[in-house]
Design a protein around this ligand. Structure first.
Ligand SMILES: [Zn+2]
Length: 285
């Protein structure tokens, strides 16, 4: 690895596409501003449902390989060059939705030993020494086993790295303020007739929705909205985009947010409402 940049942001996600949906504007903005942006994705999303009919024959490892290509294209759109699969591509596979027999596959991420997986992630933390790490809340945002496991592994890795020489100064969970989601869905209902989507989702379909006062930080990525939309489009097996909206395989339209929100859960809040993930952290390596 070459010399470390002064500002280093690490994001830990479950599947290719989660990073673009949750943090695409943030990643594009910090990359453009010269920060080092490192993405660690825990699985290749081998059990994701595929939207385009011509790609529905893909499943398992073939789908994983295809999604790795989509991830590569998404990172190009965001200007992010450092992206890794936890333990290397294929080390952990997608666990499928909660309650399915897929969750029992010994190779799936849900069955992974948390300390072992966290050890792999701690090694990356110790190499990159991020001042900021972003992941999901304890429910993984919406209850998917891989997202819950990502939360556990990321939080454990932060502890392990702290004991081994790099105490990540700030850790954030992905959030969306309820008032923002409600306003966006009201707009979506007005716009729906003109969209190529038949149905709108609901506020609670959006992962990480919380009361406004729980949100500590908003990153205005409006200028990077088209980069985010391009990154989401790159995940074509999973997402159909019609700005400023998109659908997943459930075909329920949702708003595409270009301001992204966070809750600081480790570290000191520099100001009451932060507009920079690095607020209050020194720039020395
Ligand atoms: Zn996911």
């Amino acid at each position: 690895m070459t010399e470390l940049r002064s500002r280093r942001l690490m994001l830990v996600h479950a599947h290719p596409d989660d990073e673009s949906i949750n943090n695409g504007a943030t990643m594009a903005r910090y990359a453009a501003e010269g920060a080092q942006v490192t993405l660690v994705t825990c699985t290749l999303g081998e059990r994701g449902e595929v939207i385009p009919p011509e790609l529905r024959h893909l499943s398992g490892a073939a789908l994983g390989g295809h999604r790795l290509g989509e991830l590569r294209e998404a990172m190009r759109a965001l200007g992010v060059t450092d992206f890794r699969l936890l333990g290397g591509a294929g080390r952990y596979c997608d666990s499928g939705m909660m309650g399915l027999p897929d969750n029992d596959d010994p190779g799936c991420f849900w069955q992974a030993d948390v300390d072992q997986a966290a050890g792999l992630l701690a090694d990356v933390i110790l190499e990159v020494r991020p001042q900021v790490l972003v992941t999901y809340d304890e429910n993984g945002g919406y209850g998917h086993p891989d997202h819950i496991q990502t939360h556990r592994v990321a939080m454990r890795a932060v502890e392990l790295a702290a004991g081994a020489g790099w105490d990540v100064p700030k850790v954030y969970w992905n959030r969306v303020p309820r008032s923002v989601v409600e306003e966006s869905f009201a707009r979506l209902h007005d716009d729906l007739a003109g969209l190529p989507f038949d149905k709108a989702g609901a506020v609670d379909d959006v992962p990480g929705v919380v009361a406004d006062e729980q949100v500590t930080t908003g990153i205005d990525g409006t200028a990077y909205g088209s980069a985010k939309a391009a990154a989401m489009r790159a995940h074509a097996t999973q997402i159909t985009v019609e700005e400023p909206y998109f659908v997943l395989s459930n075909e329920l339209a949702q708003p595409l947010f270009t301001t992204e929100y966070y809750e600081l859960v480790r570290g000191e809040r520099a100001v009451s409402r932060e507009s920079d993930l690095f607020a209050g952290v020194g720039e020395a390596p």
